[in-house]
Design a protein around this ligand. Structure first.
Ligand SMILES: [Cu+2]
Length: 70
């Protein structure tokens, strides 16, 4: 199991969270996605190490910008 955290900008409400969760959930190996519009924190738990690019691209697909936070 791997966990990675990102900071997402541009989310304002639950619909934004749902969009991000939906796109990130599509990435192969993703087990769970936690995202908060209030804090901008996105936590992704996966069965393999994800490339940051995969997560950033998925969040971009939802219409927001993500940067790795570590
Ligand atoms: Cu929203």
């Amino acid at each position: 199991m791997a966990a990675a955290q990102y900071t997402v900008t541009g989310m304002t409400c639950g619909h934004c969270e749902a969009s991000v969760r939906g796109e990130v959930s599509k990435i192969a190996g993703v087990e769970s996605v936690q995202v908060s519009a209030a804090s901008g924190v996105l936590t992704v738990v996966s069965t393999r190490e994800l490339a940051d690019d995969e997560v950033v691209a998925a969040v971009d697909e939802a219409g927001y910008a993500a940067v790795p936070s570590r």
